[in-house]
Design a protein around this ligand. Structure first.
Ligand SMILES: *Cc1c(COP(=O)(O)O)cnc(C)c1O
Length: 470
C-alpha cells in the first residue's frame, strides 16, 4: 500500500515509513492510505459473521502488503487481540459496542496493541532498542504502556504530571516493570509534553538513543480501529431480522469523540464495505467539530475540562484526515452531530441506567443520549424544519441523508462504549447512586506497588536521566 499525506498529495511512502515516522515531519501532515480496498465479498456476506480476528487479518492485509508476510501478520493479530469487542443489545433497535474488554479497559487498546507489534516487527533486525517517549494526561499513557509491555526491541518511558491524574490512572501508568516505566513530573501535562518535544529535537541525545513517539495520529493506531466497526456492523446486520424484523437495517454508528481518531476509523470501515449507513459525531462541551458541521467554520480552540475527560480536545487532529477524505457537504449528509455539557452527561448516565439498567461511562453516555434523542423525535423535528440552536446542547441543524430511515423505523443504532464505567467510578457513582462493578484486571492493578520515578520539570535533568538509565 502507498501512503500519502494530508497536506501534500505528491508524497508517497510505504507502511513502514508511515508507522515509524508517525507524521510527515517535512509537511506537518498526517499519513493516509491512497485507497481503501473493499473487503472480500465472501466475508461481507458471511452469516454468521466472521470472527473478529478473521476480520482483523483480512482488513489489515492490503495495508501491509509486500511489507509484512501473511504468516507474520497473522501472528501480530493473534498476539494483539486475545480479547474481542462485544455487542450488547439495549432494546430492539439499539446496541452497545463494548470496546473495553482489553487490558486497560478502554478502546485505545485496539489501536495501541497493533501499533506496538508492527513497530516491533519493523525494528526486529536492529541491534539497539527503539525508545518510545510518551507524555500523557491519563488514558493514552496506560494504553501505550500496556500495549508495549514485554514487546521485543521496544522500550517505553511515560511522563505524567504528578498529582494531576486520577488514582486509578496513576496505578495504571506507574506499576509496570521491565521495558516500561513512568516518570512523575513536577509540572503540568504541557510541561511533560514540552520535555518530550525538546528531547525529539535534541540532536546530541538522538545521536545516542533511537527515539520514537506513539502518538494517536499514527496510522497504525487508526487502521486497526476500523476492524471493530466492520465486525459489529456485520453482526448487527445479521441478527437484526431476529431482534427487530428489519431486513438490512440502516446501521448508524454513534461515536463519542475527542481527537476523532475513532470516528475516522469508522469512515475507513465504511469505505471498505462495512454495512454502515451513517455516523453520529458525539462530543462534550469541546464542540469544535459539531460547530464546524453546523456553521461551516472550523475554529480550533483551547480545551475545557469535562466529566468525559478523554474527549477534552479543542483542536482534534483527525479533522485534517476527515477533510482530506470528504467535503463539508459529504460530511453533512453522512453525519449527524451532537454535543452535551457536564449536566447533560450526568443526566444521561442516570437516564441510561434508569431506562435500560445498563451502566454506561461518561463518554458512552453522550452517545447513548444522542441516539435516544434521535430515535424519539429529534430527527423527526429536524425533518420538519424544527432545529436546535447549534450552541445549545443537542443535535446540530444539518439533515443527514439517513434521517428518513430513522423516522420510517428502518434504522438501528450502535453506540460505541469507549471505556469501562469503572474507570470513571466517582462520576458514575454520583450519577446513579451506586458503584459500577470493577473488572478484576483493574482491581489487580490497584494492588500493585507504585514504581513511578520522581522527575523535576527541568530538561537537563530529564536528559541526564535518559542518558544514565536507558
Ligand atoms: C480517547 C478516548 C475517546 C476519544 O477518542 P478519539 O479517537 O480521540 O475521538 C473517547 N473515549 C475514551 C474513553 C477515550 O479514552
Amino acid at each position: 500500500m502507498i501512503y500519502t499525506d494530508t497536506r501534500d498529495s505528491s508524497v508517497k511512502v510505504d507502511f513502514r515509513t508511515a508507522v515509524m515516522g508517525g507524521m510527515n515531519q517535512a509537511t506537518g501532515g498526517l499519513y493516509i492510505p491512497v485507497e481503501f480496498p473493499k473487503l472480500d465479498k465472501s466475508l461481507l456476506t458471511k452469516d454468521p459473521a466472521p470472527s473478529f480476528r478473521d476480520i482483523a487479518f483480512n482488513m489489515a492485509k492490503p495495508y501491509v502488503e509486500g511489507e509484512i508476510p501473511d504468516e507474520d501478520l497473522a501472528a501480530i493479530i493473534q498476539d494483539a487481540y486475545p480479547f474481542s469487542p462485544k455487542v450488547a443489545p439495549l432494546d430492539s433497535i439499539s446496541y452497545v459496542l463494548e470496546l473495553f474488554h482489553g487490558p486497560t479497559c478502554a478502546f485505545k487498546d485496539f489501536g495501541a496493541r497493533f501499533m506496538a507489534r508492527t513497530m516491533s516487527y519493523f525494528n526486529r533486525n536492529e541491534a539497539t532498542p527503539l525508545h518510545i517517549l510518551v507524555a500523557t494526561s491519563g488514558d493514552t499513557g496506560s494504553a501505550v504502556g500496556s500495549a508495549f509491555h514485554n514487546v521485543p526491541g521496544l522500550d517505553v518511558t511515560i511522563l505524567y504530571p504528578e498529582g494531576k491524574v486520577s488514582q486509578l490512572q496513576e496505578k495504571q501508568l506507574s506499576t509496570f516493570t521491565g521495558n516500561v516505566r513512568a516518570l512523575k513530573v513536577k509540572g503540568t501535562f504541557d510541561d511533560c509534553q514540552k520535555l518530550v518535544k525538546t528531547a525529539f529535537t535534541d540532536t546530541e541525545l538522538r545521536s545516542k538513543l533511537r527515539l520514537s513517539s506513539a502518538n494517536s495520529i499514527n496510522i497504525a493506531r487508526l487502521l486497526p480501529q476500523s476492524f471493530y466497526y466492520m465486525y459489529s456492523s456485520l453482526l448487527v446486520r445479521n441478527r437484526s431480522a431476529m431482534d427487530n424484523k428489519i431486513q438490512d437495517p440502516a446501521i448508524i454508528m454513534i461515536v463519542p469523540s475527542g481527537n476523532f481518531g475513532n470516528l475516522t476509523s469508522g469512515l475507513i470501515a465504511k469505505e471498505m464495505g462495512a454495512p454502515i449507513e451513517g455516523f453520529v459525531a458525539a462530543t462534550n462541551s469541546n464542540r469544535t467539530i459539531p460547530d464546524w458541521i453546523a456553521t461551516g467554520d472550523y475554529n480550533a480552540r483551547p480545551s475545557v475540562e469535562t466529566y468525559a475527560n478523554a474527549m477534552d480536545v479543542g483542536a482534534p487532529s483527525n479533522y485534517e484526515r476527515i477533510k482530506a477524505m470528504y467535503s463539508l457537504e459529504e460530511v453533512r449528509t453522512s453525519f449527524a452531530s451532537y454535543w452535551l455539557d457536564n449536566k447533560g452527561i450526568m443526566d444521561a448516565i442516570q437516564a441510561c441506567n434508569g431506562k435500560t439498567g445498563y451502566i454506561i461511562d461518561p463518554h458512552g453516555a453522550i452517545g447513548w443520549k444522542a441516539w435516544e434523542d434521535i430515535k424519539t423525535g429529534a430527527m423527526e423535528n429536524l425533518i420538519n424544519g424544527i432545529k436546535n440552536d447549534y450552541d445549545k446542547p443537542g443535535l446540530t441543524p444539518n439533515l443527514p441523508n439517513w434521517a428518513n430511515k430513522v423516522t420510517d423505523k428502518k434504522a438501528v443504532g450502535v453506540i460505541l462504549e469507549t471505556a469501562s464505567p469503572a474507570k470513571f467510578g466517582s462520576t458514575v457513582t454520583e450519577a446513579i447512586g451506586k458503584e459500577p462493578p470493577i473488572p478484576a484486571r483493574l482491581e489487580e492493578v490497584l494492588r500493585l506497588p507504585d514504581r513511578a520515578i520522581p522527575m523535576e520539570n527541568d530538561y537537563n535533568l530529564f536528559k541526564e536521566w535518559l542518558l544514565n538509565n536507558l
